[in-house]
Ligand binder design. Structure first.
Ligand code: G6P
Ligand code: ZN
Length: 542
């Protein structure tokens, strides 16, 4: 039986870079999740009897919202929902299922790398039928709808038991509970040379995968320890927990320090990797070296042809604007298309659909390809393993050779977290006010060659996104980018991205902080970070 429930709008349901994200107690307000889900159902395109994929990263409140979404889908005319067992689906696995099962879309419940638990973060994201995050046209329509909503529809019956694989009915709708790993593992086997990786592991190559108590645990165990035969214990923190064990499931130098420490030990494993809350980010570490995400993108693009799924070569590369220009150098040398998009995976969707690019990546630890329409942590790990198996080289050697061939783009990102919004906005406004007069200005030995507020015109659908971050480029190609995060849930997060190209091979082994010293000082001089944020130093440097 369908019940129509009266509700009143909330005025803060505007999706950010990656869906609607708020603290759990915020989501627990009466009808808060219902309003947003109904608004989605009201605006998204779908045929009658459409299929919808539903899953999440297992964080606190996951199960409740999944059950709600199932009951609301049944009341809103969906013909079938495909749900991961126990409500678990990594973001790339959800993307794969949407595509494979020709669903009209999917609801992914996650706040990605943000902490979970009763006081942690929660999020709802909608993906469209190509498997990728909803474009702004849809997120904006959803937001408009949330401001005028007066009722939502839900069936009175409870959702079925999410732990039992198989099909049941709820009203007129089929509820199909699936193994979250099976289809994804099949896709990975089609892309990569599993026998070669397996032989490398059997030959004594040692790896460590840190699932950070988040969603990739079951995927990593099934793939690395199961299909590839790595010894039990290769996957650590492999059980998804609602609060991620009290940790912060963000695979960076701060939160994945334990993994990095293991890899820095002289007798440590050959290869280490980690993924985030919902399994779309990755961290790659070789013995004695952490690979920056921007370098990882460039290396993967340059070597993808070594994996069977990309043996024919790649069509082109896309990177988000703040990501270093290391990938551009690969594209130039190999005669490939290169696209610079705003931050957010959703901007890659059209380029991938149109066949303009095969590999995409972001400085925020995301890399992926046209196999799904999300970034994919386990995929990146497997492509690295495939490259290592095909070349027989270490991570360190691969990077050194890459820099010798293409030069090195030294890179750092400085994050100032939970800054007062007013100050952060004033910092950006002040930069924007000065953009026109910045060209030609000198800071130490650096001279500004151009400065702008990045805007993007999608080459496929012509849509325009403005105000995507202030870029200050210096003669010689060094860059400083200032941008406010679109994923924070409290105050503002200022990100300052700093990059310098070095062509000389004998200067490729400097610590990044040293190679970037002058630019880091210039960032303070141009941005007046201390003045506007009251902070002496960044909270995190990645
Ligand atoms: C999410 C998106 C990414 C994006 C990242 C950084 O993870 O999926 O595509 O790069 O957020 O966003 P932020 O706005 O916090 O810099
Ligand atoms: Zn994520």
């Amino acid at each position: 039986m369908i019940e129509t429930v009266a509700t009143t709008p909330y005025d803060d349901q505007k999706p950010g870079t990656s869906g609607l994200r708020k603290k759990v107690p915020h989501f627990q307000q009466p009808h808060y999740a219902q309003n947003f889900i109904q608004s989605l159902f009201d605006v998204v395109e779908r045929p009658a009897d459409a299929a919808l994929v539903i899953g999440g990263d297992g964080r606190f409140f996951n199960r409740e919202v999944i059950e709600l979404a199932i009951r609301m889908a049944a009341a809103n005319g969906y013909g079938r929902v495909i749900v991961g067992q126990d409500g678990i689906l990594s973001t790339p696995a959800a993307s794969n299922l949407i595509r494979k099962r020709q669903a009209s879309g999917g609801i992914v419940l996650s706040a990605s790398h943000n902490p979970g638990g009763p006081d942690g973060d929660f999020g709802i994201k909608y993906n469209i039928s190509n498997g990728g995050p909803a474009p702004e046209k849809i997120t904006e329509a959803t937001y408009r709808r949330t401001k005028e909503i007066t009722e939502y529809k839900i069936v009175c019956e409870p959702a079925p038991d999410l732990s039992k694989i198989g099909e049941t009915r709820l009203g007129d709708m089929v509820v199909e509970i699936v193994d979250p790993v099976a289809d994804y593992a099949e896709l990975m086997q089609a892309l990569f040379d599993f026998p070669a990786i397996k032989a490398m592991l059997a030959g004594g190559f040692r790896m460590r995968f840190d699932a950070m108590h988040a969603v990739t645990g079951p995927y990593a165990k099934a793939i690395f320890e199961g299909l590839l035969g790595a010894p039990a214990g290769t996957v650590v923190n492999g059980t998804p927990l609602p609060d991620f064990g009290g940790g912060h499931p963000d695979p960076n130098a701060v939160y994945a320090k334990d993994l990095i420490d293991h890899l820095m030990a002289p007798d440590g494993p050959d290869f280490g990797a980690a993924s985030d809350g919902d399994g779309d980010r990755n961290l790659i570490v070789g013995r004695g070296i952490v690979v920056s995400p921007s370098d990882s993108l460039a290396v993967l693009a340059a070597n993808a042809h070594l994996a069977p799924g990309y043996a024919k070569g790649i069509a082109g590369i896309a990177r988000s604007m703040p990501t270093s220009q290391a990938a551009d150098r690969v594209a130039q040398k190999r005669g490939l298309g290169i696209y610079e998009t705003p931050t957010g995976w959703k901007f890659f969707g059209n380029l991938l659909d149109a066949g303009k690019v095969t590999i995409c990546g972001e400085e925020s630890a995301g890399t992926g390809s046209d196999h799904v329409r999300e970034k994919d942590g386990v995929w990146a790990v497997l492509l690295w393993l495939n490259i290592l198996a095909a070349t027989g080289k270490s991570v360190k050697d691969i990077l050194a050779e890459h820099w010798r061939e293409f030069g090195r783009n030294y890179y750092q990102r400085h994050d100032y977290e939970e800054v007062e919004s007013k100050g952060a906005n004033s910092l950006m406004d002040s930069l924007r006010d000065r953009l026109a007069s910045m060209s030609g200005q000198r800071f130490g030995t650096l001279v500004v060659s151009e400065a702008d507020d990045f805007s993007y015109k999608d080459p496929v659908d012509g849509s325009i996104s403005t105000g995507q971050g202030v870029r200050i480029v210096f003669s010689g190609g060094s860059r400083i980018v200032f941008r406010l995060s679109g994923t924070g849930t409290k105050g503002a997060t200022l990100r300052v991205y700093i990059e310098r190209f070095e062509g000389h091979a004998d200067l490729h082994d400097l610590p990044p902080a040293e190679a970037l010293k002058e630019l880091i000082e210039t960032a303070e001089a141009v941005g007046e970070i201390r003045k506007w944020t009251g902070r002496e130093a960044p909270d995190v440097i990645t």
